[in-house]
Design a binder for this molecule. Sequence first.
Ligand code: ADP
Length: 324
Amino acid sequence: MNKKEIELVKILHNNNGKFISGENISDTLGVSRTAVWKYIKNLRKKGYIIESVPRRGYHLVEVPDKITVTEVLAGLKTNLIGKEVRVFSSIDSTNNKARELAKGGASGGTIVIAEEQTGGKGRLGRKWYSPPYTGLWFSVIVRPHLPSNRAPFLTIITSLVVKKAINKLGIEVLIKWPNDILIRGKKVCGILSEIMATPDVINTAIIGIGINVNQDSFPSKIPLATSLKQVCGHNVNRIELLQDILMEFENYYNRLKDGCYRDLVTEWKNSMDILGKEVDIVAGNEIISGKVVSISRRGELVLIDPDGNKHLFWAGDVTLRQKD
Ligand code: ADP
């Protein structure tokens, strides 16, 4: 990662649409004009289109539609989340890589992003389809030191964060308990939180987020998938969406650390349409049917079966199917 290059990209973005002189850039960066020229040449090699006109300077025309550390960091205004960003062109799973990095001592707030996952995963070993250059496939490493029974809150805040960021694009979504985000009944995002904890404390959590952004279509084996592009009709800037999610994540993570559990559960409840519905829940080999009466203070789904027995389900432990 080259700090000056990131600074330069920031300057070019901030001057979008306008020229900025080489002299101005060299003063701001504290490097020679020849060095500025070299940085510009390097960025062009990476796919940036930068116009240069004598006596007027440089002008950013186009940014490559690729996720790069430089682009992510150039527009990121967080303190913790994204402190370190690792980008891979193709890996099996960002959660696996993040776990490996976490075990090797990566600091909380590290982000692992892949343009493509060859072994993207959902819950219970299910596959997550993650084709190149169209989605946002990434994992966040956090070191929350929260009580272990607060684990569902990591998925809760993540779903609220993604919902908020997608809403800002003018798209309505619903959270499907426990870990999916749907647009008109189709899945646009999946969340997979993996926890490293003692019985008392969550030391490390890897939160995997997969968002379908610019896919035009999906394989027939996942008919209930949709992308943001399919909904809004145009490409969505993946970097800006990612930056927005990381910003929101930091806000919600701070609220979680501050113990705002009640507010978070209330917000989560209001983002679902499951309360009062008759459902089947598959937990292990058992299927339990009943009515969802509440979400508990700890984020569990509370279900009453036809015999009046109460069942509590932790987020992440069950598969839920709504009766039609
Ligand atoms: P579930 O929705 O059953 O809780 P997961 O959240 O674990 O499952 O996600 C895995 C499931 O999501 C897969 O079995 C498949 O049906 C579906 N799926 C896989 N890739 C995608 C994708 N890119 N977009 C939407 N749905 C997907």
